[in-house]
Design a protein around this ligand. Structure first.
Ligand code: NAD
Length: 322
């Protein structure tokens, strides 16, 4: 059986596939025309962030599983996968820690003026430190977490370590569970009003597209710092640029963009109160290795050893005839 690796992954994943006698090859050109050609005889696929249009799936008669190297799956059409009886895997245990650490990094960098301070030191302006804009403590500030799944909970834990007050908006999680983790359940509207920090951990879908737009920025405090490591499009980027320019909010940190990579003339690029990273929150060495191993194990177990399959990694288990 042939397994296509679409986008580079850690070698530990390749070793797992090969050790189970699977024929493994890498696909580097993610254009639909090339995917159709190179995936036409694949039984399985390990997928990074390339988009897989339905026409590509139509050209893959042998394909039985797509294992995402990550947890988001907005680059495939789940309904169509269900229709074609193709399993969809995710790496549910691999990346929460790395992404949560990235959120804390963005919070702290933006709060402590780290980039400006570094520049001032390098520019030989050491003694001008008191001219830098104010910076703050996280201590006893209000953090609002939108989405209390794997990553939202990992962020909450770290924020509690900084002795912040952690508020959570997630109507799908019982309030008792939120409270049992030391956090406070809150409505979206109330949360936006009291938050000093906001971190987004929602899936991107029809309900969450433009979840934070002009009206939401109007509700926020002027000192609010918002961070999005979930998916571009959950924050409306045009509205965010306006809110930052007009100082309706203080700052933003983004790891994800509506269009990736963003265009060179992206409106956020010229704003000093933003910190931007290239969708690499989950790309620490440890996390890349864990994601590669988990995705490849899902492929092996699905194709060859169902007993060992971790069912919580199979998104559409209830829709498959297996
Ligand atoms: N930047 C990166 O590299 C990176 C890495 C991993 C994951 N992600 C993204 O992070 C996000 C969260 O991942 P996760 O593993 O924590 O997902 P998850 O499925 O574990 O959690 C998502 C949470 O959002 C809640 N939710 C869904 N719709 C909601 C709504 N309309 N309002 C409020 N809450 C809602 C769900 O109840 C769930 O608790 C996803 O968008 C994922 O794609 C990004």
């Amino acid at each position: 059986m042939k397994i296509a690796i679409v986008g580079p992954i850690h070698e530990a994943g390749w070793e797992i596939l090969k050790s189970h006698g699977l024929e493994v090859y890498e696909v580097t050109d993610p254009s639909p025309a090339n995917l159709k050609k190179e995936l036409s005889t694949a039984s399985g696929m390990v997928l990074r962030t390339a988009k897989i249009p339905n026409e590509v799936l139509d050209a893959c008669p042998d394909l039985k599983i797509i294992a995402r190297h990550g947890v988001g799956y907005d680059n495939v059409d789940l309904d169509y996968l269900n229709k074609k009886n193709i399993a969809l895997g995710i790496t549910s245990t691999a990346n929460a820690i790395s992404v949560a650490e990235h959120v804390m990094t963005l919070f702290l960098h933006l709060t402590k003026n780290i980039l400006l301070s570094d520049q001032l030191t390098r520019d030989g302006k050491f003694s001008e430190k008191s001219k830098l804009p104010n910076f703050f403590e996280l201590y006893q500030k209000n953090v609002l977490i939108l989405g209390f799944g794997r990553i939202g909970q990992a962020v909450a834990k770290r924020c509690l370590g900084f002795e912040t007050n952690v508020y959570v908006y997630d109507p799908y999680i019982k309030p008792e569970i939120i409270k049992s983790k030391g956090c406070h359940p809150i409505s979206k509207e109330e949360g936006l009003k009291i938050a000093d920090y906001i971190s987004i951990h929602l899936p991107l879908n029809d309900q969450t597209k433009n979840f934070i737009s002009a009206a939401e920025f109007q509700d926020m405090k002027k000192n609010c710092i918002i961070v999005n490591t979930a998916r571009g499009g959950i924050i409306n980027e045009g509205d965010l640029a306006n809110a930052l320019q007009s100082q309706t909010i203080a700052a933003a940190g983004l790891d994800v963009f509506e269009e990736e990579p963003p265009q060179n003339n992206h409106p956020l690029f010229s704003l000093p109160n933003t910190l931007l990273t290239p969708h690499n929150a989950a790309l620490s060495l440890e996390c890349r290795r864990r994601m590669a191993i988990e995705a490849c194990e899902t492929v092996v177990h699905y194709l060859k050893d169902r007993e060992k399959l971790n069912l919580s990694n199979l998104v559409n288990k209830d829709h498959l005839s297996i």
